[in-house]
Design a protein around this ligand. Structure first.
Ligand code: DX5
Ligand code: ZN
Length: 216
């Protein structure tokens, strides 16, 4: 069954611990943290201190989606603060192979993230080693944006490539996921759905999470 990762970007920031507890008991599978530095994306969110303050509110894996210019400088801070999965963008000018290997050597899962305009071929060199691929279905920076349908072909190609090469990374999507777009993602081979606005704008988080799974 597809896994659900609530994105805290749309949670109530004045009570993050409580929000994390609520989505955990509502059946979420992991917690998604959108880390933004005002350079890689035009918005600023939170850093490792916030992650470590929230760590005790959930037993679920924490995923740090690093939308920052220098992930090579900071990923370890997030790992030490309780992140289990570290996501770095292919659009960052870093040595991706080395950073992915370092993250894994440190005992964490490594995820490569790709923005909507970036061709899928760009991530081919790391697909043999990554644990996860996060395909952005909005341009990163803000929650509550519309799903970009053109990215569906990229997801389809990635899923085919994975089958053909017998690779076993998980495919995750992020941006504009709701009960309609989640179905399209699942049908195209996605394993993990990140959803912010759709989950946190609902009164009943459990119902929202279940709607995304399309398992009825
Ligand atoms: C966008 C973030 C997403 C975003 C998802 O920069 O990476 O995680 O918060 O939010 P929704 O589901 O509201 O599009
Ligand atoms: Zn994200």
């Amino acid at each position: 069954m597809v896994k659900i990762a609530p994105s805290l970007l749309s949670a109530d920031f004045s009570k993050l611990g409580e929000e994390v507890e609520k989505v955990t008991s509502a059946g979420a599978d992991l917690i998604h943290f959108d880390v933004m530095d005002g350079h890689f994306v035009p918005n600023i969110t939170f850093g490792p201190m916030v992650l470590s303050a929230i760590r005790k509110y959930s037993h679920l894996p924490f995923e740090a989606h690093l939308m920052i210019k220098n992930p090579e400088k900071y990923w370890k801070n997030f790992a030490d603060s309780g992140a289990d999965i570290i996501g770095v963008h292919i659009e960052c000018e870093i040595d991706h192979i080395s950073i992915i290997k370092e993250i894994q050597k440190y005992g964490k899962k490594a995820c490569i993230v790709i923005n909507p305009p970036t061709p899928i071929e760009k991530i081919y060199p790391v697909l043999k080693i990554v644990d996860m691929v996060l395909v952005m279905t909005v341009n990163p920076g803000f929650g509550g944006q519309k799903f970009i349908y053109e990215v569906v072909d990229k997801i389809k190609n990635l899923n085919e490539y994975r089958k053909e090469k017998k690779l076993n990374f998980e495919i995750e999507v992020d941006g504009g996921i709701n009960e309609k777009t989640s179905k399209i993602a699942i049908e195209n081979g996605v394993d993990i759905l990140v959803a912010g606005n759709y989950i946190f704008s609902g009164k009943d988080y459990k119902e929202r999470i279940e709607n995304l799974r399309w398992k009825k």
